[in-house]
Design a protein around this ligand. Structure first.
Ligand code: F3S
Length: 659
């Protein structure tokens, strides 16, 4: 299989300059280092920078809280007002706006000074366009396409200045300018489409038109990569859009004889090289007999492991004598995944190293070698053993990807998909970064770069073991300690260490509970009573028998006692009155008043405090009956007696008269 890699693939001048500046500030700048917006549309690079402490400022509001460190303006640029805010913040400001974009800012600023109307051809939502808009004080319009340009009108006598977004299609920009010129306005046209974009698109179209399959590498949200994908798809039906090698299924590639590769302006070289190498390795696997035969005449072959002696080291590459006419070149990317590693700190002249030959290039006197991949192969052997033996491995998480985790086992990478990280859905995988985790290898296919790990099965097995241990230990009636894990409207789930039990709202107190959150909070450690166990379901309770209010109720609520309580709820036949938490008494509708009451809610309301007489106490059924009517009757019976009460001295006087 022939692999054609676009010369224009990957970082453009402006993006490379901005990314290099971030690494430079990581080494030398005031900390913390910030970028205003993600430095590029590439999650892998953004994640890697985040791991090195680079923070992303996502809004003007966030910017207002920053008063130290270094703020880097990315290649898209920012509006003038934002730049001024940065300069006043107290942090150092490093302007990595691409010089081509800066030139447009200058045109915009001049247009504003002369009272000219600025027309930007581009996407109004793109940060570059928003940045340009913020450099003119005058009238500004963004025109997205030919339709909008047809409808566009200016006030008579206006003078216009036209610029384009740098990544706009050159041909389309010219079409829009033609439409505008027909309107006969006075205007000054500046074609600011970046030639890097144009060249990248032209080359991608050219390659796509002559290959069997085309691979476009770049961030899903990168507009220039999306555009490349669209162009390549028009020319080649087998066009694949991938972010990293992990997204690429190599299976269909066995039937292709020519494959093209291009990449968006935000795609790091290392990812392009990985995909290229993988495609080239397919060559060897295909047993291209003729090529193998040719290579057999060389002193060393692609893929051969050789020992070399380091004869020179620079921060980004080392040169090795590998015993052939051409020296071995070991680049930083082929030594480590750390893009900022200074090789002089880890490799020294005279060191002996085992490396693998990647590519012979005698015409330029160079042989590209890799240390990283050889280490990965050794790691692969370890992974293969672990896969065959079902061994549990422990390794560090080195990258958090969109769809899972990447762990490093002796230089080899294992991908653990998000669905296999845990037994529950993990919203944010970042907490695993740099953590050592255990897992099993469940798929080992290094040829297709599919080495898949599974942590979930270990978590499930561990929980099952803990669950079995818990069920063998607990019995109905036991009091155990647990932690409140989750609260719902109907109760709370308590983690008992191996399984969760349900503490239903009705079991939270002897009294009435309206909201479980008024009794427990997530994280509380509480002692609970095991009320019931059915299969793997455990019912819990906080109604401990020694606190049961009915134990002392007979003393407090004997028939004839006058009590006060609050109406807790009502039915058509009566009202339930809470005498104390856990003890409700029934006030039957017929016992509310001596007058006829149709239904309790006609004369009572929930929460109302009432006084009544206990007319029945049934200890066996735990029922208490109240009567307000009886109380009224008692009062009336007392009243005539009170009316007949006569002072003693008056009675004495009467006796005298009688005498
Ligand atoms: Fe600059 Fe052109 Fe890249 S404008 S950021 S070099 S696409």
């Amino acid at each position: 299989m022939e692999v054609i890699v676009a010369k224009t693939a990957g970082f453009c001048f402006g993006v490379k300059r901005a990314v290099d500046e971030v690494y430079n500030q990581i080494r030398t700048g005031r900390k913390p280092v910030y970028t205003y917006g993600p430095i590029i549309h590439n999650q892998q690079v953004v994640d890697e920078l985040s791991a090195k402490g680079v923070k992303v400022i996502r809004s003007e509001e966030e910017l207002s809280h920053i008063h130290e460190g270094t703020i880097i303006i990315r290649s898209h640029g920012v509006p003038k007002r934002i730049q001024e805010l940065m300069e006043k913040s107290g942090a150092d400001v490093v302007d990595a706006t691409c010089p081509f974009v800066k030139k447009i800012h200058h045109i915009a600023e001049e247009a504003g000074k002369h009272g000219d109307v600025l027309i930007i051809v581009g996407d109004p939502d793109h940060p570059e366009v928003q940045g340009i808009m913020g450099w003119t004080d005058g009238e500004v319009h963004v025109v997205r396409d030919a339709d909008e340009m047809e409808k566009f009108e200016l006030k008579p006598g206006s003078h216009a200045v036209i610029v384009s977004q740098t990544t706009y299609n050159k041909r389309k920009f010219e079409e829009l300018v033609d439409i505008f010129m027909k309107k006969e306005y006075i205007c000054n046209v500046n074609n600011t489409v970046c030639s890097a974009t144009d060249k990248r698109q032209t080359e991608a179209r050219e390659i796509a038109s002559k290959v069997d399959a085309m691979v476009v590498i770049g961030g899903r949200h990168s507009s220039n990569t999306q555009k490349l994908y669209q162009i390549c798809s028009e020319e080649c039906t087998h066009t694949y859009f991938i972010e990293t090698l992990v997204d690429l299924d190599m299976k269909p590639f066995q039937s292709f004889s020519r494959v093209g590769i291009t990449a968006g302006a935000s795609t790091p070289k290392s990812i392009i090289e990985e995909v290229t190498l993988m495609s080239e390795e397919m060559n060897v696997e295909e047993n291209d007999f003729e090529k193998m035969l040719n290579e057999s005449f060389k002193t060393v072959h692609n893929g051969e492991v050789v020992e070399g002696t380091v004869i020179d080291v620079k921060p980004d590459q080392a040169i090795l004598n590998i015993g052939t006419k051409a020296d071995g070149i070991l680049t930083r990317n082929e030594y480590s995944n750390d893009n900022s590693l200074d090789l002089t700190t880890v490799i020294h002249v005279g060191d002996k190293m085992e490396v693998k030959v990647m590519k012979m290039n005698d015409s330029e006197g160079q042989t590209l070698v890799t240390y990283k991949r050889l280490a990965a192969e050794k790691g692969n052997k370890r992974l293969e053993e672990a896969f065959e033996n079902g061994e549990v491995l422990k390794a560090k998480v080195v990258r958090v990807l969109n769809g899972g985790l990447s762990v490093n086992v002796e230089g080899a990478r294992v991908f653990i998909p998000a669905s296999l990280v845990s037994d529950t859905y993990e919203k944010d995988l970042n907490k695993y970064m740099d953590q050592e985790i255990e897992f099993k290898v469940i798929e080992f296919n290094p040829r297709r770069r599919r080495i898949i790990g599974d942590r979930k099965q270990l978590v499930v097995a561990e929980k099952k073991k803990a669950q079995e241990e818990l069920f063998s230990r607990i019995h109905v009636g036991d009091v155990v300690e647990g932690t409140v894990k989750n609260i719902t409207d109907f109760g709370a789930f308590i983690d008992l260490g191996g399984a969760d039990g349900l503490l239903h709202i009705s079991e939270m107190s002897w009294g009435r509970v309206d909201n479980p959150r008024s009794i427990v909070s997530v994280g509380d450690k509480i002692k609970v009573l095991i009320k019931d166990i059915k299969g793997d379901r455990i019912a819990l309770s906080l109604k401990f028998e020694d606190q049961n209010p009915w134990l002392t109720a007979a003393d407090k609520y004997a028939a004839g006692t006058i009590v006060t309580g609050k109406v807790a709820r009502m039915t058509d036949f009566g009202a339930f009155v809470e005498l104390e938490p856990g003890i409700d008494a029934l006030l039957h509708v017929s016992q509310i008043s001596r007058e006829h009451v149709n239904k309790p809610s006609d004369v009572l309301s929930v929460g109302q405090e009432i006084t009544a007489k206990i007319v029945d106490f049934n200890a066996q059924d735990r029922k208490i009956s109240l009567s307000m009517k009886a109380l009224e009757n008692d009062r009336e019976a007392d009243e005539p007696m009170q009316r007949l009460e006569v002072p003693a001295d008056a009675l004495a006087g009467q006796d005298d008269k009688d005498e």
